[in-house]
Ligand binder design. Structure first.
Ligand code: DQA
Length: 143
């Protein structure tokens, strides 16, 4: 069975409650259910942490899966450690942002992890995770 790791970083454990006008009302569990319904033949392993070093380990684990979807939260904008961890794995990787980071504060417009992933999705809400999964599946079938 195809396995995709869905990694969510700092503050994303509060999804559903945190600024719903920006991030919507779905929780990570809701997004997990959405993906499982949309792709019944794929195993999605969801992991979330507020600790950067732990996320580095999760990314390394993702190297043994069929693809990684990552919403790194605020780490996106400054974590070279996550960049380097992503760069070191060779499975399809997609960076997801629920909000349109380009329409928000200036500092959110820059991602230091984008150069280390294959694709970036922003502003599509929870649907961004579905689009990312579709991309990973297409890419992994071509490998
Ligand atoms: C986010 C955007 C980031 O700027 C922010 O720090 C987050 C969530 C998003 O999904 O839109 O925590 O990655």
């Amino acid at each position: 069975m195809t396995k995709i790791l869905v990694l969510n970083g700092v503050n994303l454990g509060t999804l559903g409650k945190r600024r719903p006008e920006v991030y919507g009302t779905l929780t990570l569990d809701d997004i997990h259910n959405l993906l499982s319904k949309e792709f019944p033949n794929v195993e999605f392993e969801f992991r979330q942490t507020d600790f950067e070093g732990k996320m580095v380990g999760f990314i390394r684990d993702g190297g043994g899966s069929d693809g990684v979807i990552i919403n790194a939260g605020a780490w996106t904008h400054y974590s070279y450690a996550l960049h380097d961890a992503l760069e070191a794995i060779s499975v399809p990787k997609v960076e997801v942002h629920i909000s349109n980071v380009h329409a928000r504060e200036e500092w959110r417009r820059h991602s230091v992890i984008s150069p280390a992933v294959n694709a970036v999705v922003a502003g599509m809400g929870a649907l961004g995770y579905v689009a990312a999964a579709r991309y990973v599946l297409e890419s992994s079938s071509q490998r």
